[in-house]
Design a protein around this ligand. Structure first.
Ligand SMILES: C[S@@+](CC[C@H](N)C(=O)[O-])C[C@H]1O[C@@H](n2cnc3c(N)ncnc32)[C@H](O)[C@@H]1O
Length: 242
């Protein structure tokens, strides 16, 4: 599955004169996108957010598979930090060249945390977290706080059996704390955690939990500044349940 699309994408990079280290499509494909497309199939809407799109190894097959669905949309965010990540304009150019209507996808450049903080609640049915591994808990907390996942949606954390194993321990604790269930998809190289909100857990964002999670993330050095923590605690106190 998706072999034709991946070959076309590879050929495109070669045609642009990109050398091997200039782009990378990892061994997790096509298992990762097969899992995503399968999970999205029964959902009423199919809005996808990918944190760390790199060279489009996940994005392109998913867009190919779902662009005909009226409810589908793809949003990607990548800081371009890794040497083998490709500018989003280049990936968009590939899709346009292959007649995939441009209104269905947007590849953004920037830091994931800054980007997520600008998004509105309930925007996505599937969020793939696949960027710098120590930052997974930071992004998960923002997803929870800003309620970025639709009630029926999924969050996928990639590489949780390998490079993201430490970060996943924290994310798993956050699942327990904030009412999310999780299961493992071992078919995906590196391991994939599939996370959902528990339906019987309506409002679990109590301010103490939020403050605790923020502090843990700060302590583990996942990139959150003290000022952010203080602001987060203040916000949590303001929004707390009676
Ligand atoms: C493992 S690769 C992503 C692979 C991609 N999801 C795929 O399936 O082919 C990680 C990507 O995360 C990006 N990245 C690293 N830190 C980031 C950050 N703080 N915000 C956004 N993107 C980041 C890197 O530039 C890199 O392209």
């Amino acid at each position: 599955m998706y072999e034709k699309e991946m070959k076309a994408l590879s050929d495109y990079y070669v045609s642009l004169g990109y050398e091997a280290g200039r782009w990378h499509i990892g061994g997790e494909h096509p298992h990762l996108e097969e899992c995503a497309v399968r999970l999205l199939a029964p959902l009423q809407s199919k809005r996808v957010l990918e944190i760390g799109y790199q060279a489009g190894g996940f994005a392109v097959p998913v867009i190919y598979a779902l662009h005909g669905d009226g409810t589908f949309g793809y949003t990607g965010i990548d800081s371009g930090e890794y040497a083998n990540s490709v500018d989003g304009n280049v990936i968009e150019g590939f899709l346009r060249k292959n007649n995939i209507a441009s209104g269905k996808y947007k590849f953004n450049k920037g830091d994931a945390h800054v980007f997520l903080k600008k998004l509105d609640a309930g925007q996505f049915d599937l969020i793939l977290v696949d960027h710098y591994k120590p930052l997974y808990p930071r992004e998960f907390l923002t997803i929870i706080k800003r309620q970025l996942l639709s009630p029926q949606g999924y969050i996928l954390f990639h590489d949780v059996l390998e490079r993201a194993s430490k970060a996943w321990v924290q994310c798993r604790n956050m699942c327990d704390m904030f009412g999310y269930s999780w299961e493992m998809d071992d078919n995906v190289p590196g391991g994939l955690a599939v996370v959902r909100k528990k339906s019987n857990h309506t409002r679990s964002q109590c301010f103490l939990k939020m403050a605790y999670a923020q502090t843990v993330i700060l302590k583990t050095g996942a990139g959150m500044k003290l000022a952010d923590v203080v602001a987060g605690v203040k916000r949590a106190i303001r929004n707390r349940m009676p």
